[in-house]
Design a binder for this molecule. Structure first.
Ligand SMILES: *Cc1c(COP(=O)(O)O)cnc(C)c1O
Length: 421
């Protein structure tokens, strides 16, 4: 099946007389006839949903759909994108381990890595993703256990050279994990380029309507955990009376452990109702992504004509620094997010933001409605001008998330706001 068909049909096929639309199984638990069978469920010698922290039929249908969309072997929905990133790493890292991350990643992920995971004894090295492989290799340590990146980085809108990062990881016998939130599986499927684990904040384009926070982890099933020495996946799990994930679940060992151990203990689960809403979003994802890309390119081209704007970052523009990577990894479009820098720093950026009438000023991105965010006075407001510079964030940077309104109306709004500066 092609991606449009998968978005509608994967994960749920009604049997005779069952509901056509995916039902919401609004139940914490499920009833069984015998104690023995429930025991078998705990032993994984039988399989059924038994408690909604671990699995739920509505959630499972959407997990199967996302796994199919990304070309993976299995998926786990989580309560947020942050939960997905946390579980994806804690599933394979412990105190004393180290991993490498691209420096151009979502701010929340940066803090998770730089502050919270360090408190747990997990060390990270941030690398400039534009460096050649030989330079990146210098960040590898004897205890390096993973490499992490983001397909299209938030908020600076760089396209990652996925194959270079895959090579860095695999040359060193560790998995490559990638946050594919902005691209979605409609624009890029990182597993096709060798990525091992794909992460999403489903809060963004996948849901698309700004109604439900959520996350997902998708396992390619391609990484050989045993051959590469990830002991927790091939040695008995004493907290599961000796279960060996690679033996019991084969290629799906990683995602099975994430559910059986991480979700059991951390409990960052998605709800049936949340998964139902996410599924509605995914059904129309290909239509929406095509339109976001079309609208955003027109808006980016308009920004290029304006003297009030110093730089326009949008990978689909022919003179953009990311254009070659865009051609390779995002041939169907560069999503709806544009990074612009207004001349005159913070003062003019704020004037522009406050003059907008249609675009909403929200702490969100990848929404169906056009929205804008000014890092210097919002998400990064604690930083001084000096610190902003160090973080690579210009005081005039505005992240524009182009929505699905008529593009003439979107441009007219930006035009009047620019005229107001
Ligand atoms: C928003 C976002 C996240 C975090 O997701 P939440 O659902 O807000 O927890 C992670 N990565 C990227 C690229 C994001 O845009």
């Amino acid at each position: 099946m092609k991606i449009e068909t998968k978005c509608l049909h994967s994960g749920y096929t009604p049997k005779n007389g069952e509901p056509r639309a995916l039902p919401i199984y609004q139940s914490t638990t499920f009833a069984f006839d015998s104690t023995e069978f429930i025991g078998d469920l705990f032993d994984f010698s039988a399989s059924a949903h038994f408690y909604s922290r671990l699995s739920n039929p509505t959630v499972a249908a959407v997990e199967d759909k996302l796994a199919d969309l990304e070309g993976g072997i299995g998926a786990l929905l989580t309560s947020s994108g942050q939960a997905a990133t946390t579980i994806s790493l804690l599933n394979i890292l412990k105190a004393g381990d180290h991993f490498i991350s691209s420096a151009t990643i979502y701010g929340g992920t940066y803090n998770l890595f730089n502050v919270t995971l360090r408190k747990l004894g997990i060390d990270v090295t941030f690398v400039d993703p534009s460096l050649p492989l030989s330079e990146l290799q210098k960040a590898v340590k004897p205890n390096t256990k993973a490499v992490f990146g983001e397909t299209i980085s938030n908020p600076t809108i760089n396209v990652l050279d996925i194959e270079k990062f895959v090579k860095l990881a695999h040359d060193n016998n560790v998995p490559f994990l990638i946050d594919n939130t902005f691209a979605t599986p409609v624009l890029c499927r990182p597993i096709e380029y060798g990525a091992d684990i794909v992460i999403h904040s489903t809060t963004k384009y996948l849901d698309g309507h700004a109604i439900q926070v959520g996350g997902a982890i998708i396992d390619s099933g391609n990484f050989d955990w045993k051959a590469n020495g990830f002991a927790e996946l091939y040695e008995p799990d004493e907290s599961y009376h000796g279960l060996v994930y690679t033996e019991h679940f084969g290629k799906a060992a990683y995602i099975a452990k994430a559910r059986a151990q991480m979700m059991r203990d951390y409990g960052m689960c998605q709800s049936a109702n949340g998964a139902f809403l996410l599924n509605l979003g995914i059904e129309t994802l290909p239509l929406r992504m095509a339109k976001y890309c079309e609208n955003a390119l027109k808006v980016a081209e308009f920004f290029k004509t304006r003297k009030e704007i110093k730089t326009v970052g949008y990978p689909a523009l022919k003179d953009d620094a990311n254009y070659d990577l865009y051609k390779k990894y995002l041939p169907d479009g560069a999503s709806g997010v544009i990074a612009i820098v207004i001349n005159g720093g913070k003062e003019n950026a704020v004037k522009f933001m406050d003059s907008l009438k249609l675009a909403s000023n929200v702490v969100h991105v990848a929404d169906i409605r056009t929205c804008v965010l000014h890092p210097a006075s919002e998400t990064h407001r604690q930083l001084s001008d000096e610190q902003l510079k160090e973080a690579g964030i210009d005081a005039g940077l505005i992240r524009v998330s182009v929505g699905l309104e008529n593009v003439d109306d979107i441009i007219a709004d930006f035009e009047q706001a620019l005229n107001n500066i």
